[in-house]
Design a protein around this ligand. Structure first.
Ligand code: KG4
Ligand code: ZN
Length: 376
């Protein structure tokens, strides 16, 4: 079965074509995977502007779709099923993908299935990647699973009892983990998206010097719930930078050298790296602590990581290490970094499972605030 996935929930315009071998544990083969990123456009503003993003999706989606067909060596008529993200996400952006998918499904007369973006991030873990290893077994989740989905818009801990059965154990009360990376990077003048920028700065620092001189808060880490809050961390960074700036300005004034400097030069590259390493570690500490507690409490057999922030090397490594140490019987699944950030491969995979559940979806509409587990 050939499945086309379409994803336009935020600032990436994505189309992918998957070949699905229909078995009990289906085997997904990626035939093409196109992502057109709007990063350059939004970088100027330090964040995503929904109507600007919608305009770009409208412009790019037909081209991205054509390229996905071309790379798979296919025509429209080869497609058997279309899957499209309906939420959560930015409403105008979601509608662009939904309307495009509806028109195409009608034209080529194939079924269209809606996909929840958060569920798609979980399903990114089920896709085998090329080049395929001979006799590679399809990836499987052993239930129950605890999923940590961390992205620019969401931070959710989810208990997954089987495919399609989800309970949100906790979520962010304010900023998402990715949003915290993005906002603190903006404060530091490091550009958008903040996650990779902060991670890159943090790696400059030798591990030995790391975290000795500076301590940022780990919000809600010891609270007996599974919720998160990252806005306090962002504010702590803001105050820290203001304090450092004032001290430095005083120093410069005393030396009568009043020159305008960029914040980066103002702080010095070493100090910027120390701050970045500590921001990254503060976020990782909270995420790992709560995930592990949830896995232990719910006797999880699999821990799943997904979403853009899951591309973070330190988070992946540290979570893998702690699982090995503290819950060694637990399977750990995380997609390769390019399938953590938004893509349409995960949408096509999730769409296939939705199609197995229901072969005839009627009302397909964008829903910006859609929750995982809520009916589509
Ligand atoms: O899943 P995603 O691509 O889009 C949403 O659904 O929001 O996630 C984007 C987020 C951004 O906030 C970005 O800064 C963050 O993922 N991100 C990272 C890394 N790569 C992307 N955060 C930390 N480390 C990274 N390497
Ligand atoms: Zn996402």
């Amino acid at each position: 079965m050939i499945v086309l996935g379409i994803e336009t929930s935020c600032d990436d315009t994505c189309a992918a074509i998957l070949k699905v071998e229909r078995k009990k544990s289906p085997d997904f083969d990626i035939l093409s995977n196109i992502v057109s990123s709007q990063i350059k456009l939004h970088a100027k503003y330090g964040g995503v502007y929904p109507f600007l993003a919608k305009r770009e999706h409208q412009k790019n989606l037909p081209l991205v779709f054509k390229k996905a067909l071309k790379n798979a060596n296919f025509f429209k008529k080869n497609i058997d099923l279309i899957a499209v993200t309906v939420g959560p996400g930015l409403e105008p952006c979601l509608w662009t993908g939904v309307n495009f998918a509806k028109r195409l499904a009608e034209k080529i007369k194939v079924p269209l299935v809606p996909v929840n973006h958060i569920e798609a991030h979980i399903f990114a873990n089920l896709v085998n990647l090329k080049p395929k290893i001979k006799n590679q077994k399809p990836k499987k989740i052993i239930f129950p699973a605890v999923c940590l989905i961390v992205s620019g818009g969401h931070t959710e801990l989810i208990l997954m009892k089987k495919i399609g059965s989800y309970k949100i154990l906790g979520e962010t009360r304010d900023d998402a983990a990715g949003e915290c990376f993005d906002k603190t990077a903006r404060i530091l003048g490091l550009g958008y998206p903040g996650g990779p920028a902060i991670a890159a700065q943090a790696t400059i620092l030798p591990k030995a010097t790391f975290n000795k001189s500076l301590k940022l808060p780990r919000p809600m880490i010891h609270q007996k719930n599974y919720d998160f809050s990252f806005s306090g961390l962002k504010t702590a960074v803001l105050y820290l930078i203001q304090k450092l700036k004032n001290e430095k300005t005083k120093e410069i004034k005393n030396n009568k050298k009043i020159i305008s400097l960029s914040l980066y030069r103002f702080l010095g590259s070493w100090l910027t790296s120390v701050i970045c390493a500590e921001i990254q570690q503060a976020i990782i500490d909270v995420l790992i602590h709560k995930t592990l507690r949830a896995a232990k409490e719910h006797k999880a057999k699999t821990i799943i990581l997904g979403g853009g922030v899951a591309a973070n090397k330190e988070l992946r490594q540290q979570l893998a290490e702690i699982i090995k140490r503290e819950t060694p019987s637990c399977l750990f699944l995380v997609p390769p970094p390019q399938f953590c950030i938004d893509n349409a491969v995960m949408v096509a995979a999730a769409g296939y499972f939705n199609w197995l559940k229901n072969k005839n979806w009627k009302k397909i509409e964008a829903n910006a605030n859609l929750k995982i587990g809520e009916s589509l």
